[in-house]
Design a protein around this ligand. Structure first.
Ligand SMILES: *Cc1c(COP(=O)(O)O)cnc(C)c1O
Length: 356
């Protein structure tokens, strides 16, 4: 049965990515070898890595602007500590926006390296909005923010203009909407939300901000070393990188970020319109900060939970329960989700209203 997969991550990827990935496991580039058994230093895999790095920069509009793209292991959570290790001076400080659980996990790691100044927090309101009107100390080594708060369904719509490097965790909305990516010193994203399978993180680094904090950084945690080694300092996560490349190629063929942004906006509009219209549902995030990627909502009464859940199941909708810290429902509508799947969800919500 056709499934409509709303999982928050790992999550839906384009069908053609699954098919081409499966083919590469059996016979990569007509070599009669699996991509899983060849050397990462082979000509064929080096070409995969180079194309993936170049295409990531191209799609973000960052080619020729002093940036390097890396595919590292360890997920987004590894970048929570690599960013401060590479940017914070000994006894230095960094500014953080506390907009959700992941932001707060990043703050926790940064504290191992120096002082963290929390310039704004929405924790007291269970992160139902993105803090605004914050000011960032000019002497901070960098400012860290999270573009999309996957668990709470909020998204930053604006980013400050700063004279210090801006570091952004874009795990759950990278390649989903147009942003002036050249504002950032470091952008990182775990692959498994909008780009590929779990096992790698894309890290985009503006080279000129590195090498300034005077720390001795262990090799595997040193962005400069990874850049010098062209993202092959050690054996990279070959399969996640390959599947990520396929997703980036799919996106490019579709028309890149401007094309997918239109589709993402249409999906989000459709669902939020129904959440607001249907008296049985209510959204949990403040309207102006609602995420186009993860829509969080509740049923007005627990009385309808069993009926709604049964109807979801019947319609082939999976992965809709909210994060355990929020409850309710979360519809993750990443790039690969077709509008049709959102139409199916909205129909189920309308049917529930007619039935109860
Ligand atoms: C999922 C997620 C993470 C954690 O990613 P890992 O790759 O599992 O470390 C970090 N930040 C955000 C915004 C996320 O959505």
């Amino acid at each position: 049965m056709k499934k409509h997969n709303y999982s928050a991550g790992p999550c839906i990827l384009p069908q053609e990515v699954f098919e081409k990935s499966a083919q590469a496991i059996l016979n990569f580039n007509n070599s009669d070898l699996s991509i899983l058994e060849i050397s990462h230093r082979s000509k064929d895999f080096v070409a995969v890595m180079e194309e993936a790095r170049a295409l990531a920069l191209e799609l973000l509009g960052l080619e020729g602007k002093g940036y390097q793209a890396l595919f590292l292991a360890g997920g987004a959570s590894m970048e929570f500590l690599m960013a401060p290790y590479n940017l914070m001076r000994e006894n230095g400080k960094a500014a953080y926006l506390d907009s959700g659980t992941w932001a707060s996990a990043a703050i926790k790691e940064a504290k191992f390296f120096g002082e963290t100044v929390i310039v704004g927090s929405s924790k007291e309101q269970n992160y139902n909005h993105v803090p605004k009107d914050y000011s960032i100390p000019a002497d901070a080594d960098y400012f860290h923010c999270t573009s999309n708060n996957t668990i709470f369904g909020t998204q930053m719509k604006e980013f400050p203009d700063l004279d210090i490097p801006m570091v952004c965790d874009m795990s759950s909305d990278i390649f989903s909407r147009n942003i002036d990516f050249s504002k950032f010193g470091i952008i990182y994203a775990g692959a498994q939300k909008n780009m590929g399978p779990a096992g790698t993180a894309l890290v985009v680094v503006k080279e000129e901000i590195l090498g300034k904090n005077g720390r001795h950084i262990p090799s595997m945690l040193d962005y400069a070393k990874h850049i010098k080694a062209e993202s092959m300092y050690n054996t990279p996560p070959v399969f996640p990188v390959y599947a990520s490349l396929l997703t980036l190629q799919w996106l490019k063929n579709l028309g890149g970020i401007p094309a997918i942004e239109k589709i993402n906006n249409a999906k989000a509009d459709l669902l939020y319109t129904e959440i607001d219209r249907n008296p049985l549902f209510k959204g949990t995030a403040v309207v102006e900060d609602r995420s186009t990627m993860n829509a969080t909502f509740l049923l007005d009464t627990p009385l309808h939970t069993d009926t709604f859940n049964a109807m979801l199941k019947e319609a082939g909708i999976v992965g809709l329960p909210g994060h355990r810290s929020v409850g309710g429902y979360r519809a993750s509508m990443y790039n690969a989700m077709p509008l049709e799947s959102v139409q199916v969800l909205v129909e189920v919500m309308k049917d529930l209203e007619n039935r109860v």
